[in-house]
Design a protein around this ligand. Structure first.
Ligand SMILES: Cc1cc2nc3c(=O)[nH]c(=O)nc-3n(C[C@H](O)[C@H](O)[C@H](O)COP(=O)(O)OP(=O)(O)OC[C@H]3O[C@@H](n4cnc5c(N)ncnc54)[C@H](O)[C@@H]3O)c2cc1C
Length: 218
């Protein structure tokens, strides 16, 4: 296949979009990636990276960027509001069989996959207005009104994917009733174990999770 002439559009510059772009580039394709944001903002908190994810980063040649900043997790711990243990699960079985579970700041993970996809054509501030499936390809109209034809369009636009509506699928996202708020707060008085992911439930409604950031506990 003449991969250079296959026109591929990836919609969404998140972790998935950039990882796919990196692999396509490695296999000789020249995808175009569009992202609705106009810059890469430093938003997002932590992502738990399981060994399968780490293997991808190693394969993409960017795992070394993580080594000093990733936090290896030993245990997942749930406690009540008084700190009493409700449940805990050690990650040692997973670690022994497959490798460590690591917590990484999303911002760093995003930087890593972007680095892996260096050279890919990225268009910021760009989204899709309309898609028409034609016999000869997929005709895309962008938010600036311009039209372009692609052989393949991939929706990598996250959990609230707008691309989903173009695919004949019944999959949709439903609110489960749980809301998870995250924020960085200096909280030095709590005796968190830095090796654990510990969640404290407060009055059954809210929780507090210890997260390590830049080797300080917040
Ligand atoms: C800003 C941000 C912060 C996050 N922080 C955390 C976190 O702290 N912890 C955690 O566990 N998970 C977090 N997530 C979710 C996590 O990154 C993803 O669920 C996971 O990495 C899967 O990646 P994804 O590529 O499928 O989607 P995402 O990483 O969600 O990326 C989707 C991308 O598509 C873009 N996009 C959406 N619609 C369009 C459109 N119509 N046109 C063009 N671009 C579009 C979005 O702006 C985004 O950049 C965050 C996601 C985002 C976007």
């Amino acid at each position: 296949m003449d991969t250079k002439n296959v026109k591929i559009l990836i919609v969404g510059g998140g972790i998935g979009g950039f990882a796919l772009a990196a692999y396509l580039q490695r296999h000789g394709f020249s995808p175009v990636l569009i992202e609705k944001c106009n810059e890469w903002k430093t938003i997002g908190y932590m992502i738990s990276l399981f060994p399968s994810g780490m293997r991808i980063l190693e394969d993409l040649g960017v795992a070394h960027m993580l080594k000093q900043d990733g936090k290896k997790l030993s245990k997942f711990v749930l406690r009540d509001n008084n700190g009493k243990l409700i449940w805990s699960k050690s990650f040692s079985e997973i670690e022994n069989r497959f490798g460590p579970v690591t917590e990484v700041e999303r911002e760093l993970l995003h930087t890593m996959v972007r680095e892996a996809a260096r050279g890919v054509s990225v268009r910021l501030n760009t989204t899709i207005e309309r898609i028409d499936q034609k016999p000869e390809g997929v005709l895309v109209m962008f938010n600036d009104g311009k039209e372009e034809q692609f052989d393949l369009v991939v929706g990598a636009d996250g959990i609230h994917s707008g691309m989903r509506r173009y695919v004949r699928t019944r999959i949709s996202s439903e609110y489960s009733g749980c809301t998870f708020w995250l924020m960085w707060l200096p909280y030095p008085k709590v005796d968190f174990s830095p090796d654990n992911m510990e969640i404290y439930f407060c009055n059954g409604k809210a929780g507090l999770e210890s997260i390590l950031r830049n080797i300080e506990i917040f």
